[in-house]
Design a protein around this ligand. Sequence first.
Ligand code: IMP
Length: 417
Amino acid sequence: MNKNVVVIGTHWGDEGKGKIVDLLTEKVAAVVRFQGGHNAGHTLVVEGVTTVLHLIPSGILRQGVRCLIGNGVVLSIPDLFAEIDKLEATGLAVTERLVVSFGCPLIMPYHIALDACRERRRGNQKIGTTGRGIGPAYEDKVARRGLRVQDLFNEQSLTFKLEELLDYHNFVLEKYFGSKAISVAECLAASAAYADRLKPLVGDVVAELGSLKAAGAKILFEGAQGALLDIDHGTYPFVTSSNTTAGAISSGCGVGPLDLDYILGITKAYTTRVGEGPFPTELLNETGQYLADKGHEFGSTTGRPRRCGWFDGYALKRVSQLNSLSAICLTKMDVLDGLDEISICVDYDHSVAEDPRPVYEVVPGWQETTAGVRTLAGLPANARDYLAKIEAVCGIPIDFVSTGPDREDTIVLKEIF
Ligand code: IMP
């Protein structure tokens, strides 16, 4: 039986990871975030009530599950507390189960300002970031000048470090971008002001994971964004600034690669993307609009409309290799209901250099509804054939199918714990 399970997105994010993490956490002791920040938007629906999480691991809705934020996550403290307050207002006990690594890099006001200035300067070459300061915060980390959670607890040295950092970043903001300078006071208000409140949540996530392992506990690692947004393997430069693939788990929270037992890729029954960048199977026609409308395809962090297209099986094969995927979970199956025909991208034609063209196989659609179906036998025959085709094209089993937003609207084809 598997102990440590990984959930990651297979394309450009928004595959429905939050729902599956929440479903699987019934059996685990802890859920761990290891990369990204509050650029993520994980939507959970439990008994009709919707919760959107950005930073807090999706295990939080299950009583007793520990939620760990590893050192690979860039942390905006005001946003963390805004999320905690919102959850606690619903009666959920959050802080007693949450641990934040002392090594998380901090997202500061100058990172947000720089993100906005860079995007503005890029004009129509912009990345289409979430505007949360994610990229500039990771830059500071790699440049070895960034602030980390542990820096919050010595105000004198924090102020000194901030003065140095602002000397540098304000030069860029004012002289290069012609923008406004950021003050030390503004930065202290977004960080040190929360130090007392944060302190009890801060811990050594590596040691926590070590203790959980020693106790034989099951752990779930929750990826954010998707594999094609990976800084190294994604559609560079239209990517996020972290490694979103499973390899990031070791560096981003502190378990070695041999401790990962089962890696589940969450993939939509069609493909979507928010922000700019290549999207070979994008549908700029009424079918794309149909998928967008039926799938309510708006970003859960920024509210931006998502671009929609056919299922990209070629990309999934590559992503399967990059992540050692054990299986996939196909989500939003019901959005395809009512289509006469469905195309599956089985390959890319690379003969036109720079611009790969998708090679499609067309399969018949189905008119029946699959919404809320909870057994394989309950699916129409053509929907079952669609699943079999995807398995054959990608060479990977489908262990779960999601047929609606609620936790219970799921076909479980394999018990993984
Ligand atoms: P950043 O992560 O804010 O720097 O944005 C970089 C790219 O990643 C943009 O195309 C964003 O739309 C995309 N992105 C970041 N987080 C998510 C997410 O959680 N879901 C989908 N796209 C995301």
